[in-house]
Design a protein around this ligand. Structure first.
Ligand SMILES: CC(C)(COP(=O)(O)OP(=O)(O)OC[C@H]1O[C@@H](n2cnc3c(N)ncnc32)[C@H](O)[C@@H]1OP(=O)(O)O)[C@@H](O)C(=O)NCCC(=O)NCCS
Length: 180
């Protein structure tokens, strides 16, 4: 469990799965995601049951502290960890759109980066974000991610292709950020 001021990251449980189905089916949420739009609860359960065998970092549920109680608002996690290079990709989702813009996404990502760099000792964390995703890009830039370039035509949203921007943060940058 990783606990911050207003956000905590915890293991995903079976009870969380119906919310994932709902969130991933929301057009506002999935607009810039590469996940399938119409996941059934059975598919989510199969994904959940297969997690231990994959031997990867477990995805984390994002909870926010509201009026003294923890509320499940999203998910995050490290994907495709390469232990030789010590690199990974990060995924982030705040599924309840009424809770966007409250700083939950940012705090969740800071907790995850702390885990990635300080606990796991990774050297590089990257993500890919649609060029059109201004909210996401602004957030990642504020957290210290650097834009590296674009994968042309690698995104598809609202019936049109767009670019995917690759962003990353390296361990020395993370440590410099912490010292500020
Ligand atoms: C992207 C996402 C994770 C952001 O979560 P969040 O909890 O709203 O993030 P925060 O509140 O911490 O920060 C949002 C930032 O966007 C800014 N922002 C808010 N509304 C915005 C808007 N309409 N346009 C551009 N920026 C906006 C905020 O000002 C904030 O930046 P700041 O902290 O520098 O002021 C969330 O919107 C989401 O899950 N979207 C759907 C899934 C997704 O796209 N995931 C990312 C894929 S790369």
């Amino acid at each position: 469990m990783m606990v911050g001021d207003r956000v905590r990251l915890r293991p995903v449980t079976l009870e969380d799965l119906p919310r994932f189905v709902e969130w991933l089916g929301d057009a506002q949420v999935n607009r810039h995601l590469s996940t399938p739009r119409f996941l059934s609860i059975e598919q989510e359960q199969a994904w959940f049951e297969a997690l231990p065998a994959r031997g990867e970092e477990a995805p984390r549920a994002v909870d926010a502290l509201e009026d003294g109680a923890w509320v499940h608002v999203g998910s995050t996690g490290l994907l495709d960890i390469d232990w030789r290079v010590r690199s990974a990709e990060v995924g982030l989702l705040i599924g309840d759109t009424t809770r966007w813009g409250r700083g939950y996404g940012g705090e969740a990502l800071l907790l995850l980066l702390g885990h990635a760099f300080d606990a796991l000792g990774l050297h590089r964390v990257q993500l890919k974000v649609a060029a059109e995703h201004t909210r996401g890009r602004a957030l990642y830039q504020r957290l210290g991610f650097v834009e590296e370039g674009a994968l042309r035509g690698a995104a598809f949203a609202d019936g049109a292709h767009g670019d995917l921007v690759v962003m990353s943060i390296l361990a020395p940058e993370w440590r410099a950020r912490r010292r500020r």
